[in-house]
Design a protein around this ligand. Sequence first.
Ligand SMILES: NC(=O)c1ccc[n+]([C@@H]2O[C@H](COP(=O)([O-])OP(=O)(O)OC[C@H]3O[C@@H](n4cnc5c(N)ncnc54)[C@H](O)[C@@H]3O)[C@@H](O)[C@H]2O)c1
Length: 369
Amino acid sequence: MALKVGIVGMGGIGNLHASCYKNDALAELVAVCDVVREKADKAAEKFGVKAYYSLRDMLANEELDFVDVTTSGYENGSWHYEPAMEALAAGKHVLCEKPLSNDIAEAREMVRYAAARQLYLGCNLNHYFTPTAEKAMQYINEGRVGEMIYLLFKMGFHGGEETYKFNKSPRFNQPYAHMKAFLTHPFSVMRFFCGDITHVQCFAKRPGFRQSAGDLLLSVNSVHVQFANGTIGYLLSQRGDCVWGLGGWWSCELAGTKGTFCIENCLEKLTYWPAPKPGVKYPLGEGPEPEVTNTGLKDFNLTFPTRIHAFLEDVTNKVSPELLRSSGRDALATLEYIQAAIDSYENGGALVRPHPLPPIHGDPLTERI
Ligand SMILES: NC(=O)c1ccc[n+]([C@@H]2O[C@H](COP(=O)([O-])OP(=O)(O)OC[C@H]3O[C@@H](n4cnc5c(N)ncnc54)[C@H](O)[C@@H]3O)[C@@H](O)[C@H]2O)c1
């Protein structure tokens, strides 16, 4: 039976989620909610559902299986905690937009509370719900990457000083707004491929044109990491300060002893280069022919229905909580890395060990030996 969902926060992203539910047989969108009445009314009319102006009313009047939190706020996350906690307190599963919160203590509490209530808390870490990431993971699982050596990630927005616009809103004119609102995405993909990160070092910068404008945003972030499996990683992110070279708006190259892959432009292209075979000589800089997958897909919004469908499948199938894809705990991991990067930056690039994640206890019903 389709899961009944109500959405809180009917901005652009709430509306995008609503159309995903309307097109997914596993979901039944029953209500939308926004504190701004016109936004709730407009979305309710568009999607043919009831409008609410407070989550409390929506919870009191609708039989929901889960609540989708698509509010935003300071650093795009300060309005997530309150509705997510209210929905969990009412016994509802929650899918929350990223970042879980812009405040690490709140994010930890959300994950703790959902686990204590035995409810699912998922996060919309949508960037690896793509055909390119799926195929790249297949290369890893088939042993075609081998022992992982390095991961290089570049992600952010095209721009330059001529197109720069000072975002003076207190919601975004904060030193760490880009890091807190955005780095959750690249870290989620890095962790998807290589697992937990144990060490972080960060440098950050505000280009001259931002400094002269009085902009506080540390828009360029250079983060060096080590994963628990020994892989060395590097993340470079910037927010419209310059033009990216190769790779589209994000690219991820993961190299191993058996082969290397690179995803370009999120869901558009995947290239796999097998490692050279013994006895075959190649000119310097050349090797065996790469395998190239061009999906022809460029529309990033295609990641939303895929990720949302995965959440619907997991909740419908009542998966064990630690198997929930893109869980609250996964989202918390990315925030712990961001917090570690901020701590490192504030200490001149010092080495920081991210705060440990809550332990996984396992499920005696699904994990009997
Ligand atoms: N996963 C992705 O790829 C992706 C992409 C873009 C944005 N996002 C995230 O999506 C979220 C929403 O982004 P947006 O651009 O649509 O934001 P927005 O500010 O346009 O919309 C948020 C809406 O929530 C409403 N709201 C806030 N608090 C509320 C409450 N307590 N109850 C009811 N309504 C409330 C606001 O009135 C507003 O209409 C952000 O957290 C952002 O980080 C995710």
